[in-house]
Ligand binder design. Structure first.
Ligand code: SF4
Length: 319
């Protein structure tokens, strides 16, 4: 007996554009694959290279070993830093242990690290807007030994006590909600009118574009499904955004997590994917929805991204 729900025959899937992999994630995965090809397995990767279960499992099968602490890497081995970046302390530990390092930190995270270093050099205290415990935040906060202050929300801004309000600057995590960050930045500027801001916002192009695509898609939908892993910051923000726009929204790591009751009686189902979620999973979600009886799929219009970042020295030549 078919599992297809015939009432879904007229239902349409709307596919967000852009969705899925960003240039930083593409590069990070390629760094691991090329390092394995060049040096053989195992290759150690500090933290999940990107926050996606499917990607991590795939690389594990190819020979990557994921670790959280550098002491887990045996002497003389190769370690790759994840796309989220690392603190200066981690970098020097790897150096002092003589490990071979490939750095998969996204260049847009490195840009924030450089901002921090420069502003600390100029004597500024730095307020970082971000989510406590996220590896990118730990890496960026760890670019300076002192003078860094993390805020997660407006209450944290209100509680801030800074010695010299004339010499402060802010940076942000790259994958925040654009709207939430704007509110927190507003509160910071109200409290510290001379606060210095980044020349170009730290929230990256991929985060901005995927959130804009959800803002366009969600109002046309009865339900939104975001493909992404639970620890993916930017995927969580996409789900929250659709929900804030009044549309029931769910995040799934794989198609079998879709509960048929989510789409029952719905006319339009929006599908998107976080920057660390591969297109193969978005397609598997569409296939599952087809199995459930949906027949129509329409890709929405949106920005075509054509950004690519160069690979680190030593891995950049064609494989
Ligand atoms: S989400 Fe943005 S900052 Fe993170 S890896 Fe992708 S491009 Fe880089």
């Amino acid at each position: 007996m078919s599992i297809a729900d015939t009432t879904l025959a007229e239902t349409e899937i709307l596919l967000a554009q852009p969705r899925g992999f960003c240039a930083g994630v593409d590069r990070a995965i390629e760094i691991v694959e090329r390092a394995i090809k060049l040096h053989g397995s195992p290759i150690y990767v500090r933290h999940e290279i990107v926050h996606n279960v499917y990607v991590v499992e795939d690389l594990r099968k190819k020979g990557a070993i994921f670790i959280e602490r550098l002491e887990e890497v045996p002497a003389g081995n190769t370690v790759i830093f994840s796309a989220h970046g690392v603190s200066k302390a981690v970098r020097s530990e790897a150096e002092s242990r003589g490990l071979r390092v490939y750095d998969a930190t996204c260049p847009l995270v490195t840009k924030v690290h450089i901002e921090v270093a420069k502003m600390r050099q100029d004597g500024f205290d730095i307020v970082m807007i971000g989510h406590k415990g996220h590896p990118e935040v730990e890496g960026t906060m760890g670019q300076a030994g002192e003078g860094m202050h993390l805020v997660e929300d407006i209450e944290d801004v209100q509680a801030l006590q800074l010695a010299d309000p004339e010499r402060i600057a802010f940076v942000t995590q790259t994958t925040l909600s654009v709207d939430d960050a704007a509110e927190i930045i507003g509160a910071l500027k109200a409290k510290y009118p001379s606060i210095r801001e980044p020349k170009k916002q730290d929230i990256c192009y991929a985060t901005q574009n995927r959130q804009d695509a959800v803002k366009f898609m969600a109002p046309q939908c009865d339900v939104v499904i975001v493909v992404g892993s639970p620890n993916s910051s930017n995927s969580n923000r996409l789900r929250e955004l659709a929900e804030k726009l009044g549309v029931p929204s769910y995040m799934v790591d794989s198609p079998d997590q879709i509960d048929p009751s989510w789409v029952k009686g719905k006319r339009r189902i929006g599908v998107t994917a976080g920057a660390s979620a591969p297109e193969v999973l978005a397609q598997a979600v569409i296939a599952r929805l087809r199995e459930l009886g949906v027949r129509n799929v329409r890709a929405l219009e949106g920005i075509e991204e054509n950004i690519a970042f160069p690979l680190p020295r030593g891995l950049g030549l064609p494989a």
